[in-house]
Write a protein that binds this ligand. Structure first.
Ligand SMILES: Nc1ncnc2c1ncn2[C@@H]1O[C@H](COP(=O)(O)OP(=O)(O)OP(=O)(O)O)[C@@H](O)[C@H]1O
Length: 754
């Protein structure tokens, strides 16, 4: 018993150490030491740098292909700044947090408050448990059975709120993550669908390669990461503050310490924790950047998968599985290599982290315990009477010290654990920086695009324009915009408008045309001359960079493409797209009216075949190419717009049905703007806009009969001249066999010289 009490008495000075240590640690990371910095820079950082250089680089893997990886890594390298724990990250985070918690009255703020309350409760419970543990030990030393039982009952009683609080911390963390996600998803979906951003982001801008990945995975990861980090950081910080003050209170009861014993342990703790923090910060791989790159590669893999699913039929017809397999595998390999690189970097980082925070810190703890014992005045050594007898402390003193020691040990362990968690969170903070930058960049790009600012990686140099007088006006300034106004009289007017692709290629430099009521315009020209691009400009999908355009509201234009889009939903939804059934009913249109519409496009049988208007199917698979086109044209008769933009929308429809569709559309007063190569459609149009494929165009009245006779003549000449090259070749052979000239070849030579 004498030995036990001696030991307890000696260790009582440890309380003092713990108090000061915790206080010193709390005041950490304020100043810098150039000596330590130099040491890290010279030795550890160099060593880690060497390792970093020798780690596998995704682009260097010989087994992986070229192009894809090159593009991926290049686009990854081109990021403006790598995400890290810096001012940019704080600015981005602050901006996003304003979306997540719009005001202190918002439900998210209430959730955060409840979550914080739960964290505070947990810390207080920990302190209470530490004290209770000390009291239990004290009862054992005092052999007080009744009080021991009471304390055990208290222990069990406190377990009920403690476990509930523990579980609710996890619940609140998930709930908070989901609430943040709700806010962010709502905000970003609004931005995504504003001003056709969903179209422009992939067609007019090249900053965001996988918007779908950003909108799903990145937002999810960001929200769960931020809500997890909140509790991951708040609880240890709270623990440090509360445990430190508890330890301080314990330390105040301590008597008989020396000043050296007071100063040495906290100074040691300060130095060790500071050096640890500096080394870890210096040697930490750029987790933020790596996380952002990983998200990008994951998005790319997903994109390649979805392309395969979308084009599976075409790929199967071409037997293109080898190419696609290769592409898919390459995308996966790039991601896998990147992950492997992260794991390797993490391996060395965790080695260092564990070495410093586990073993160095434990060693420091032992030294700290030893120091006051070695440096304290002799008060803690048992006093000896003159007769040589040792005076033993009373049982109460012993039990009190045992209690204090147990409590202090518990509190010190919790404080150290809290510090360890704060330090480990650094890694998670840099990962959060990666997600923050992805989400922030995405929202900024959406905003920019919605405001009409686009960035393309490649801008073609082929953007010179000639004005009417044939004077070259120089390079087109793609930062300027043409003038677009809304016409009130349902006419379309284009005045010297340049048709420019998103890459900056000027396809038609000066287009001037006017479409008025009663006009039906046929648009022709070779492939890629800009026919569909004119429709994109009229629909407002592409901006105009030069000239003036007056057009009616977009609602009075209805575009039907060659491959009409089939939505998810019922058969009815396909005909009335993009209206809903409620919209249809509010317009006073019934299913019987829809049947009349299907009669025009000769598609009524589909209602029977598919099991009625409410049948749900994957319509893009169920309907044939021609049927889909007829559904597309049926939408025209449902919406009855003023202008129909028909982009070869009946190329798979039989000529008789096609003629009927065009005639009925005209009869209903719809102005037709049609792209078609079929002469059978000429008679439904009054004018023809003919592009030459080199930027030129001609607008004239369409005289169907004259045009048909010209076409007949052209076809006749084509068939007659088809055999001429063969005959010329044979003539030359005959000339050489006979050793004679031919009047025809002579005439041709003369013609050439002239
Ligand atoms: N999203 C885009 N980004 C960049 N260039 C594009 C884009 N869409 C089309 N282009 C380019 O614009 C040019 C004109 O395309 P457009 O679709 O208007 O041709 P078209 O006359 O309708 O041809 P076709 O008869 O083959 O349908 C083409 O050279 C094409 O490469």
């Amino acid at each position: 018993m004498a030995n036990v009490s001696k030991l307890v008495y000696k260790h009582a000075s440890f309380r003092n150490v713990t108090t000061i240590t915790a206080l010193a640690c709390a005041g950490l990371a304020v100043s810098r030491s150039s000596m330590i910095d130099e040491f890290i820079r010279r030795y550890l950082h160099r060593w880690f740098g060497r390792h970093r250089r020798s780690s596998p680089d995704t682009a260097n893997d010989a087994t992986i292909d070229h192009h894809l990886i090159h593009n991926l890594t290049k686009s990854m390298d081109k990021r403006k700044s790598s995400p890290a724990l810096n001012a940019a990250f704080m600015k981005q985070l602050k901006w996003i947090i304003q979306i997540l918690i719009p005001s202190w009255k918002s439900p998210e703020f209430a959730l955060l408050a409840i979550h914080s309350l739960a964290l505070i409760c947990r810390s207080f419970i920990s302190i209470y448990v530490a004290g209770l543990e000390g009291r239990v030990v004290r009862c054992i030393v005092q052999k007080r059975f009744r009080i021991f039982l009471i304390n055990i009952a208290k222990w069990l009683a406190v377990a009920i709120p403690a476990t509930f609080v523990n579980s609710s911390i996890r619940y609140m963390e998930n709930k908070l993550g989901l609430a943040f996600r709700d806010r962010l998803v709502h905000y970003s979906y609004n931005a995504y669908f504003q001003n056709q951003t969903y179209y422009r982001v992939s067609n007019l801008d090249s900053r965001l390669t996988n918007a779908d990945e950003c909108l799903t995975e990145d937002i999810r990861e960001f929200c769960s990461s931020i809500s997890h980090l909140y509790s991951q950081l708040t609880k240890p910080v709270l623990d440090v503050i509360l445990m430190t003050s508890a330890l301080f209170r314990l330390g105040l009861q301590q008597r008989g310490y020396s000043y050296l014993g007071l100063i040495a342990p906290p100074s040691l703790a300060y130095t060790v924790v500071y050096v640890t923090a500096r080394i870890l910060r210096r040697c930490s791989p750029k987790f933020g950047k790596l996380t952002a790159q990983e998200a990008q590669l994951r998005g790319n893999l997903r994109y390649v998968h979805s392309r395969l699913i979308t084009n599976s039929e075409e790929i199967a017809f071409y037997s293109g599985h080898k190419v696609e397999h290769n592409l898919l595998y390459q995308s996966y390999r790039v991601l896998a290599n990147h992950l492997e690189m992260i794991f390797k970097k993490r391996l060395w980082y965790v080695v260092l982290e564990q070495f410093l925070m586990k073993y160095c810190w434990s060693a420091t703890g032992m030294v700290m315990i030893a120091l006051p014992v070695l440096l304290n005045r002799d008060e803690d050594v048992d006093s000896t009477t003159e007769s040589g007898e040792t005076t033993l402390p009373k049982i109460d003193v012993v039990s009190e010290r045992t209690q204090t020691l147990t409590t202090a040990r518990h509190l010190l362990a919790s404080t150290a654990d809290a510090f360890e968690r704060i330090m480990s969170s650094l890694k998670e903070i840099t990962e959060l920086a990666g997600y923050t930058s992805r989400v922030y960049d995405m929202l900024m790009v959406f905003k920019d695009i919605s405001d009409g600012h686009y960035v393309r990686k490649t801008v073609s140099k082929n953007n010179n324009i000639n004005d009417d007088e044939g004077i070259q006006t120089g390079s087109l300034d793609i930062n300027k915009r043409g003038n677009v106004t809304e016409s009130q009289d349902f006419t379309i007017q284009l005045n010297k408008v340049a048709v420019v692709t998103p890459n900056g290629d000027v396809i038609v430099p000066n287009l001037t045309l006017q479409i008025t009521d009663g006009m039906h315009l046929l648009i022709t020209g070779p492939n890629g001359c800009g026919k569909s691009s004119l429709f994109r400009i009229l629909s407002g999908l592409w901006p105009i960079f030069k000239g003036e355009m007056k057009k009616p509201p977009v609602s009075s234009l209805f575009y039907i493409p060659q491959r009409p889009y089939m939505s998810l939903g019922t058969l009815r939804d396909q005909i009335i797209y993009p209206d809903t059934k409620a919209d249809m009913e509010s317009k006073g249109i019934s299913d019987a009216d829809l049947e009349d519409i299907l009669d025009i496009v000769c598609l009524n049988y589909v209602v029977q075949r598919e099991g009625g208007w409410d049948a749900i199917n994957d319509w893009s698979d169920v309907l044939s190419g021609g049927e889909k086109q007829r559904v597309g044209t049926a939408r025209l008769f449902y919406h009855k717009p003023k202008f129909a933009l028909l982009d070869e929308c009946t190329s798979a429809v039989s000529i008789d049905v096609e003629g009927k569709i065009y005639q009925v559309a005209k009869d209903k007063g719809i102005i037709l703007l049609s792209i078609s190569h079929r002469p059978s459609l000429w008679k439904y149009h009054t004018h023809v806009l003919q592009f030459d494929g080199e930027g030129g165009w001609r607008l004239e009245e369409l005289n169907t009969e004259a045009r048909l006779s010209l076409k007949d003549e052209k076809e006749k000449l084509e068939s007659q001249l088809a055999g001429v090259p063969l005959m010329q070749k044979r003539l030359l052979e005959l000339c050489s066999l006979l050793g004679e000239d031919s009047v025809l070849t002579k005439a041709e030579d003369n013609y050439r010289y002239e």
